[in-house]
Write a protein that binds this ligand. Structure first.
Ligand code: PLP
Length: 650
């Protein structure tokens, strides 16, 4: 793309957008920019099939979906399942490992029935299993599994939950309770004794190795989960005394989600493998080693932001597990266990994209002034003179001087205004001039490309950042951004062959100053603003928030009563005109349903509204026909989504 003539302004291309929005950091081959300047989705690993995301939005809207909209690319889940399992298979083959690998999907990451079904189907050839962490999750998946599927149960287990697991074992399901507390073990034995049944079980251990990053407290000695080594020994002695040692089949640890440093995983595997080897030499027959979850996803953040970046890929993860386990088994001369990992985030994060329409742009600065009248007060005239200087200035030093002068005059202006010495017109003139100076100075400073960037330039960038109002709620759709500062890639879904020239920040519909995306992925690192396009009159502008498939959907809340958004499930298919078909459209939550959840019941609301209007009609304040129209308007809105209405597609 380089041209011989570098003086001519180079046109902007889709490839430039791909670089600007740092897609190579986070898109993982699934997302790119096509020849129309739209985001293109390549969901299948083995096929060159590209889906234009704008076609999906059009198709979904013509089927009745409204925006904001969550698009699930079901094939992306499939590809992630295959990639993970194939990486482990390769590591097993290359190293001559004597056991197998299975991935276990922890459904808490995304419990949606379709997502779980897709994972089970894609994972069938790899013998994929499931993990659940609560009674509700257990009840949800028990009927979904075959008698081959491994189902691991973590979490706090009460008697009913333990009895469900025993029942499952009785009917031949491969359900293994993972003992996290010693008391669970005692309860399990009591229940099993009553049935004269020998339960299969696994144990979660507290290791000394602590995870890295945000969730590290899930592992380590201070974790709220897992047995200590003395408790493990006691458990084994109890089993041995009852001649049930063979029932302990699995050792498990979990370091926490989004392991950022692969060395931590290596060290945890080493730690648990020494315990495994001891137990095997003592005569136990542990079949499975379960390295828990935590396989990370690169959200594109910098390495100083551990929630958003990792220092390894799938291949390295698989190699570290397989080779480390093999090495210790060889050293200690014990059989190699079958390997399990409970990777959740890594399977689901990539598959869904939230489409957010921009409703408008708020510019913090004032529009430029036409002309300053001659009889203006001295402060306004001085501001006008500084503006002229700024227009003439070329050197960075002179530009900064103009900016400093303008700031001083502005302070003076504010003081005079407070004392009543300036009219509203004059205040407006001074303000407009001030912002014109800022824009002029920033434009030239940025063009000079001088590094390091001065504090003034940074302050100006911040002051001159536009606010793009998006039709969505941070608290519903990307709650981890608000809660723990996790970064999600955000970029326009179209117009990617136009140079984005506005600095923008995406704010949401909630009346909460935290309701905004405050960090973005750019090729130059993370930034407080994103480069975006000018809004065009009567033309939609869509932004995509990517990698939202793990955790966000279920953790999201209802701040300001913004609820579940419309959702479409997309499958790739070469026989279809645009390479895809929509398998399902799920409408989001209606305002009515949302209100019921906080005990405002639609019937009651409508009755009260109707009575009020009737009183006004009786009092002669409005005509009956008008009253009916007003009531109908109210009732109709209860049926609609909680988000803002966008004109339907043509
Ligand atoms: C949450 C959880 C997981 C999933 O972790 P990811 O980081 O999503 O892979 C796995 N195992 C246990 C015990 C968990 O609590």
């Amino acid at each position: 793309m380089t041209r011989a003539d570098t003086t001519a302004p180079r046109e902007w291309s889709g490839a430039d957008s791909q670089v600007l929005y740092a897609m190579d950091k986070w898109a993982d081959g699934f997302y790119s920019v096509n020849q129309h300047g739209h985001v293109s989705v390549c969901p299948l690993d083995d096929q060159e099939l590209h889906i234009d995301i704008m076609d999906v939005i059009d198709a979904a809207r013509s089927e009745g979906a409204s925006l904001p909209m969550l698009i699930r690319f079901q094939d992306v889940i499939r590809s992630r399942v295959r990639r993970l399992n194939q990486r482990f298979q390769m590591a097993i083959q290359d190293s001559g490992y004597a056991g197998t690998y299975r991935s276990i999907y922890p459904i808490k990451v995304n419990q949606l029935q379709e997502v779980v079904a897709e994972i089970l189907e894609a994972g069938r050839e790899f013998n994929i299993g499931l993990e659940c962490g609560s009674k509700a999750e257990l009840l949800a998946v028990l009927p979904l599994i075959t008698d081959e599927t491994l189902l691991l149960c973590n979490g706090v287990k009460d008697r009913p939950m333990l009895s469900l697991m025993l029942n499952a074992q009785q009917i031949g399901q491969q359900v293994i309770p993972i003992i996290e507390k010693y008391s669970e073990f005692e309860q399990l034995l009591n229940l099993a004794d009553a049935r004269q049944f020998k339960p299969r079980l696994g144990v979660r251990l507290k290791l000394n190795t602590t995870g890295s990053g945000r969730w590290f407290e899930s592992g380590g000695v201070s974790s709220k989960f897992g047995l200590t080594v003395p408790e493990l020994v006691k458990l084994i002695q109890t089993l041995e005394n009852r001649e049930m040692a063979g029932q302990l089949e699995l050792l498990h640890f979990h370091l926490g989600s989004q392991i950022t440093d692969i060395q931590v995983l290596r060290s945890a595997v080493k730690e648990i493998m020494q315990i495994y080897a001891d137990l095997m030499l003592r005569g136990l027959q542990i079949k499975y080693l379960d390295v828990g979850g935590g396989l990370g996803v690169n959200y594109g953040g910098d390495y100083d932001n551990p929630e958003s970046s990792i220092n390894y890929g799938l291949r390295e993860y698989a190699n570290v597990v397989v080779y480390t386990v093999k090495e210790i088994c060889d050293e200690r001369q014990v059989p190699m266990p079958h390997l399990l990992s409970e990777s959740g985030r890594a399977l689901t994060a990539h598959h869904s994209v939230l489409v957010v329409p921009v409703l408008g742009v708020h510019r913090p600065d004032s529009p430029p002034v036409a002309e300053v009248p001659v009889d203006s007060p001295a402060v306004v005239a001085r501001m006008a003179a500084v503006y002229e200087d700024a227009q003439a200035a070329e050197k960075n030093g002179a530009l900064l001087e103009c900016y400093h002068d303008a700031q001083e005059i502005r302070e003076e202006t504010e003081q005079m205004a407070r004392l009543g010495y300036l009219s509203v017109d004059h205040m407006a003139q001074s303000d407009s001039l001030y912002w014109s100076i800022c824009r002029e100075v920033l434009c030239k400073l940025a063009a000079s490309g001088q590094t390091p960037v001065s504090a003034e330039q940074m302050a100006l960038e911040k002051q001159l950042t536009d606010m793009y109002l998006g039709d969505f709620s941070v608290f519903h759709s990307i709650i981890d951004h608000w809660a723990i500062g996790q970064i999600f890639p955000v970029m326009p879904l179209h117009r990617l062959q136009e140079k984005p020239e506005r600095r923008g920040q995406l704010v949401d519909l909630t009346c909460d100053s935290d309701g905004k995306v405050s960090r973005y992925v750019l090729s130059t690192g993370t930034s407080e603003y994103l480069l975006l396009h000018h809004l065009r009159q009567n033309e939609p502008y869509y932004l995509g928030i990517f990698l939202v498939g793990a955790y966000q959907e279920i953790l999201g809340d209802a701040h300001n009563l913004f609820g579940r958004v419309d959702e479409v499930h997309v499958y790739a298919n070469t026989d279809e005109a645009n390479g895809f078909w929509i398998e399902e459209l799920l409408k989001g939550i209606s305002t009515k349903e949302m209100l019921s959840q906080v005990q405002y019941f639609p019937n009651d609301l409508e009755r009260r509204m109707s009575e009020f209007i009737r009183r006004q009609i009786n009092a002669g304040r409005i005509k009956p026909a008008e009253g009916t129209r007003i009531l109908n308007n109210y009732t109709r809105r209860l049926e609609e989504t909680t988000y803002c209405e966008i004109a339907p597609a043509e």
